[in-house]
Design a protein around this ligand. Structure first.
Ligand SMILES: [Zn+2]
Length: 859
């Protein structure tokens, strides 16, 4: 599907780089020198080629090293190939395989897109300030220094930076030496371990830090801009403890003497695993110990542990090429939950894994042309489109979790330990991992995992069983959210059935099979606790009823309860069941008190909401249904956080009160408005219900209430507090207010890094959906200019795809995006958004009338 681009590693293999950089913050430029020693390999040639993008190479020299000593090779011409991101150093004579040192002098500009070397803007004590930071993954190192910018081209690096005197300057390794000259500080960092260049990083500017030494002797520091260091506590603690956890889990010590975690005011994604210098957006690292919500603290723990997992998966052992990006991200995705579960067992984090990651993976993975976890990639622009969070992170994490359950943790861990030992400082492909796990387990893991990894989708397994009998008939086929589509791939998956009964054949490896089990009084549940990655479809009403009865009697655990809801949400989307059946099921969860299960109920109810949106009498009935389920719980939990509340209670309170408010419970709205009228700053409100107070103010308050929130958003400094206010504002209903919010997109009131959040919230809000879409179409050139080079670019299409559900919306979407399909960074998201909207249009046709009838009959 795309043209292949030559790998430069096939002609030059770097061993060590000395890089000197002098960024100039005032001029927004930088100049530098790179000296790289390495091997010319392959055929003799008259040139050496390196990656560069938008750099000006002002001088280049080549020295050959051999038995005869060092001989300079005349560089006759330096030729920038801008479309290929290359610089070619031509020589008059042949360059034969052997050892060479290449030196280049170069200069470049510091530009606002949050890639390469970029500025982060903030204010301190009324002054405009700027940090300078880097983001090199996936292929942006070439914007900072000429190099071989491919993950396989591992080398050691010694970085020297010239920066303003008096500022903090950080890189992957500790400072080796520093000298000052006038108002300039020159810092040389210790040589890095052998690593890929996308992991190189630096940050400089005014910063503060907190620090601790963990029990393995690693110095851990958490940095922020001045005035925010009191918010670094949670990240520092998790970084120190998490590093201990992983060193022990993999039986391989973290190899660097220090780890810095740095909160950057501007940051494109969540965080970046630069070895020894992990960078974060402020929201994923900073939280007020007293006033931040439990969600903020859990987010920090998750993101920090994700990046820590990368210190091994990704940094120590790296995928050979981007097609195996999942080796980094899928592992980090799963291991972040494993680590958080070890640090905070009371958070029941596997419940969140199943309800968030696996559920998000399945929704995306049910589109016909979704990417597989392992994916071919050639052109650099394609690389950025690989980072599909639902597939490379969540699906990859889910199939690894399946393998983890299938092998058992002990075997799984033993295999990983062997893998790290063997491949430390090297590069791998999937086969290397399967070999290590195969050795540990005595099984052919490559064969077991092949289809899961290389093909899109996942199976629905039809389960034919009557309670009391011993025979179970099983049929698998790919599940698609659009029943009118068909996959032409009929090869079966190897499906661990993970049932609550002991089956005589626990692995389904054919398209149809029969297994037997001895029935007990407990319900027979498949994919128990989300240990596998498939969709059970119970064909017998008696079978389903047994499970529902058991739920009513409190005999089914939380993960199985939420998965049953999630399964039916999927099945009704795919035409295997109906939205009415889903509503019946949700209604059976009368006394539910688990937050993650409530999350699944809430998703089920929002399916019905989508179908009846705008039909006010019917919506009233839906609101009444939701209230009948949630009102008692909301009253019982109240609005106020108690010192004795555990994480689950805090999260449940927020969810219950917000569901009640969303279903227009007048008491809840009144209470929310009263609290809104009284509060002056976020800390005055209870953390778990604060966002509901904002919601009430924005949706049901006065013009002055709206202004109060806008003002708060402009003045708040803490990223998580700001984000909560933003989420509240996005509930606005009045056209003038919505217009104002959309103006804020481009007038500098909203950081570029946060714009996609606002965009998806305002698309989700039915009152602002149309205006937000119009904003996109009218501001497209601006969007391209701002976001084209970043990973999130495709999200502008994807989020619209996730919200639209009518024929008219499908047409609008295609009218606009049809002509943009050939933009490499967009094409996948546009294609999948079209499939998603089409399947939703068909879903609406199947279900809208019956859901309305069902709800009308409730009065
Ligand atoms: Zn990651």
């Amino acid at each position: 599907m795309s043209k292949s681009v030559a790998r430069l590693y096939t002609q030059f293999q770097p061993e060590h780089y000395d890089i000197d950089l002098a960024p100039d913050r005032k001029a927004m430029t930088f100049s530098g020198t790179v000296t790289v020693r390495g091997k010319k390999v392959g055929r003799p040639s008259q040139r050496l080629t390196f990656h560069q993008k938008d750099l000006k190479i002002t001088k280049a020299s080549i020295i050959k090293h051999d038995k005869k000593g060092d001989q300079p090779i005349e560089v006759s011409r330096v030729n920038n190939q801008d479309t290929l991101h290359e610089v070619r150093l031509h020589a008059d004579g042949m360059i034969y395989p052997g050892e060479y040192t290449v030196t280049m002098e170069f200069s470049g500009t510091i530009t606002k897109p949050m890639n390469g070397i970029y500025p982060c803007f903030y204010q301190h004590e009324g002054q405009d300030k700027m940090l300078i930071a880097t983001q090199f993954e996936s292929h942006h190192a070439r914007e900072a220094v000429p190099c071989i910018d491919e993950p396989e081209a591992k080398a050691t690096f010694q970085l020297t930076l010239t920066t303003p005197n008096g500022e903090t300057v950080l890189s992957n390794t500790p400072v080796e030496s520093q000298t000052t000259a006038g108002n300039q500080l020159t810092t040389t960092f210790e040589k890095t371990p052998r690593m890929s260049i996308y992991l190189l990083a630096f940050v400089f500017g005014e910063m503060e830090f907190s620090e601790t030494k963990n029990k393995d002797g690693v110095l851990v520091r958490a940095y922020s801009v001045p005035g925010k260091v009191n918010l670094t506590g949670k990240a520092l603690e998790v970084a120190a403890r998490g590093l201990e956890f992983f060193s022990d889990y993999f039986k391989l010590a973290y190899p660097l003497p220090k780890l810095d975690v740095v909160a950057l005011p501007d940051f494109a994604v969540g965080a970046m695993e630069n070895w020894g210098l992990i960078t974060f957006r402020e929201q994923t690292m900073l939280a007020d110990p007293k006033h931040s919500s439990i969600e903020s603290k859990q987010l920090i723990a998750m993101v920090v542990c994700h990046e820590l997992a990368h210190m091994w998966f990704g940094d120590l052992v790296t995928m050979k090429w981007w097609d195996d990006l999942w080796l980094n991200e899928s592992f980090a995705n799963m291991m972040e939950y494993r680590a958080v579960d070890a640090l905070h067992p009371e958070w029941n984090f596997w419940e969140q894994f199943v309800s968030h990651e696996t559920a998000s993976a399945k929704r995306r993975d049910s589109l016909l042309d979704v990417q597989s976890v392992h994916i071919e990639v050639n052109h650099p622009d394609e690389i950025e489109t690989l980072f599909d969070p639902s597939i490379v992170y969540a699906k990859g994490g889910s199939i690894l979790y399946m393998l983890f359950n299938y092998l058992g943790e002990e075997v799984f861990r033993k295999g990983l330990q062997a893998y790290f030992k063997k491949h430390a400082y090297g590069n791998t492909t999937a086969d290397d991992l399967w070999a290590a796990l195969g050795e540990a387990s005595g099984q052919n893991i490559g064969a077991f995992m092949r289809k899961w990894l290389t093909k899109p989708g996942f199976p629905m397994v039809d389960i034919d069983w009557e309670p009391g009998t011993t025979e179970i008939k099983l049929t698998q086929q790919r599940f698609l959210s659009n029943p009118e589509e068909q996959s032409d791939d009929s090869e079966p998956w190897q499906v661990p059935l993970a049932a609550t009964y002991e089956l005589n054949a626990p692995l389904l490896s054919k398209n149809t099979a029969t297994t037997t089990a001895t029935p007990t009084n407990d319900p027979l549940i498949f994919n128990h606790d989300g240990q596998s990655y498939y969709l059970p479809h119970y064909r017998s009403q008696g079978h389903v009823q047994r499970i529902i009865e058991a739920i009513k009697h409190g005999k089914v655990d939380a993960i199985d309860r939420l998965l049953l809801l999630d399964n039916y949400t999927m099945l009704q989307r795919g035409g295997q069941s109906s939205t009415v059946e889903l509503l019946d099921l949700v209604s059976a969860y009368q006394h539910e008190d688990n937050e993650n299960v409530w999350g699944a109920m809430s998703l089920g109810l929002s399916e019905a909401r989508r179908l009846v949106e705008g039909d006010e009498p019917v919506e009233k009935n839906l609101d009444a249904l939701i209230q009948s389920l949630v009102n008692d719980l909301a009253v019982q939990l109240g609005w106020d956080d108690q010192p004795t509340d555990d994480a689950q209670t805090l999260r449940l309170r927020g969810l219950a009160v917000s569901l009640a408010a969303g279903a227009k419970n007048q008491n809840v709205i009144d209470e929310g408005l009263q609290r809104f009228a009284k509060f002056k700053e976020p800390g005055d409100l209870d953390a778990s219900t604060r966002s509901v107070v904002y919601y009430c103010g924005a949706r049901y308050g006065t013009e002055a209430d709206f202004e109060k929130l806008v003002h708060l958003h402009q003045t708040l400094q803490n990223a998580d507090e700001k984000e909560e206010v933003a989420g509240g504002l996005a509930a606005a209903k009045q056209p003038e207010q919505i217009k104002r919010l959309l103006q804020m997109f481009t007038d500098g009131s909203i950081r570029r890094q946060d714009l996609l959040h606002w965009y998806v919230w305002l698309l989700r809000n039915r009152y602002s959906r149309q205006a937000t879409w119009e904003w996109l179409t009218q501001n497209w050139d601006w969007v391209v200019e701002q976001f084209e080079a970043e990973k999130g670019f495709g999200m502008f299409a994807r989020y619209a795809g996730s919200m639209f559900s009518t024929k008219q919306e499908l047409k609008k979407f295609l009218d606009f995006f049809e002509a943009k399909r050939n933009i490499v960074a967009l094409s996948r998201d546009v294609m999948l958004a079209e499939q998603e909207i089409s399947s939703r249009v068909a879903w609406r046709e199947r279900n809208e009338a019956s859901v309305k009838d069902w709800l009308k009959a409730r009065t």
